[in-house]
Ligand binder design. Structure first.
Ligand SMILES: [Zn+2]
Ligand SMILES: [Zn+2]
Ligand SMILES: [Zn+2]
Ligand SMILES: [Zn+2]
Length: 311
């Protein structure tokens, strides 16, 4: 039986030309040097307006857009790809520049194919000279083509994009309207198909921002009901120094930035997850866990007070 990757190679109907995708090793290693190559994004720049003395800050999701754009631009420049391609690559690597670079340097073609941007990144296929839209079979003179060469009329493109966006956040992973083609539809095509000012395009951009917030290990949506604030740790160490606990400045709840649960120190997120799994069949035990946890936490606070009083 063919392996998954072999099947993929067969299905991936791109030209096999490998030229035209310059990667400057030296420049890359300089730009991407980091003490810890496995580390997720090491720093998060949060607008000063929402800054407090704490290592974990609350912000509106929109406040994180400049940080997202900064990473997009970095990757765009270092890998010499379009902004659309940079967006897909980062998203596929949980918005970690370090992870992306490591994977990219070991096999750039594999990474581009897996992300669905192989044609977009230097392997563009010229659209066939045809005047019939493959979706509606109308004769049209003006069509919008994907980098993979598949072209459709604007009306079909518009319907396709609106439907994808109405399906929800997964629209950021929409692939070419041509059945079986893995090339990803990006903001570039969405903008051409929907128009700059369309509400659907805004929705698409918001979903892209959501993906940035959700896959970033230093950010988490406030789990408060209907709350739209985002907790952001300024760095992994700042997160640790705060005991991973965020306090929402809008709805007032506190939560663990790592797992999103109620603060659970001294138990680890892993211990809590295991406990929750075991206790799912027995709600009484779950209540018991939180009771024990509060007793332990209160005891620790009392001990600290005594220690502070003595010294
Ligand atoms: Zn059409
Ligand atoms: Zn295609
Ligand atoms: Zn909140
Ligand atoms: Zn946790």
């Amino acid at each position: 039986m063919a392996s998954e990757s072999e099947e993929y190679e067969e299905e991936y109907a791109y030209s096999s030309e490998e030229d035209g995708y310059p990667v400057d090793d030296e420049e890359v290693s300089m730009e991407w040097e980091s003490d810890n190559p496995n580390a997720a994004p090491m720093e998060l720049k949060v607008p000063a307006a929402v800054a407090t003395k704490s290592g974990i800050r609350m912000s509106a999701a929109e406040g994180l857009r400049p940080e997202m754009n900064r990473r997009l631009k970095d990757v765009q420049e270092v890998l010499n790809v379009s902004q659309a391609a940079s967006n897909v690559l980062l998203r596929e690597h949980n918005w970690s520049k370090e992870d992306l670079l490591e994977a990219y340097m070991s096999n750039s073609d594999k990474i581009m194919k897996a992300a669905g941007i192989y044609a977009r990144c230097g392997h563009q296929v010229a659209p066939k000279k045809m005047s019939t839209c493959e979706i509606c079979y109308d004769e049209v003179s003006d069509m919008l083509a994907m980098p993979c060469g598949h072209a459709f009329c604007y009306e079909c493109w518009n319907d396709f994009c609106v439907n994808a966006i109405n399906d929800g956040p997964a629209c950021v992973k929409t692939t070419c309207p041509q059945a079986g083609c893995p090339e990803v539809v990006t903001e570039e095509e969405m903008t051409k198909a929907l128009g700059d000012a369309s509400s659907e395009l805004k929705k698409f951009q918001t979903y892209q921002l959501r993906s940035f917030v959700e896959s970033n290990p230093l950010t988490r949506w406030c789990p408060g009901r209907g709350c739209e604030r985002v907790a952001c740790a300024l760095s992994a160490s700042a997160m640790e120094s705060e005991g991973n606990v965020a306090h929402c400045d809008t709805c007032g709840i506190s939560f663990c930035l790592v797992c999103g649960e109620e603060p659970h120190a001294p138990a680890s997120c892993k211990n809590l997850a295991m406990w929750n799994k075991n206790a799912a069949m027995n709600p009484k035990r779950q209540t018991g866990f939180w009771r024990i946890l509060r007793v332990v936490r209160n005891a620790l606070v009392a001990l600290k007070r005594i220690k502070d009083a003595i010294t």
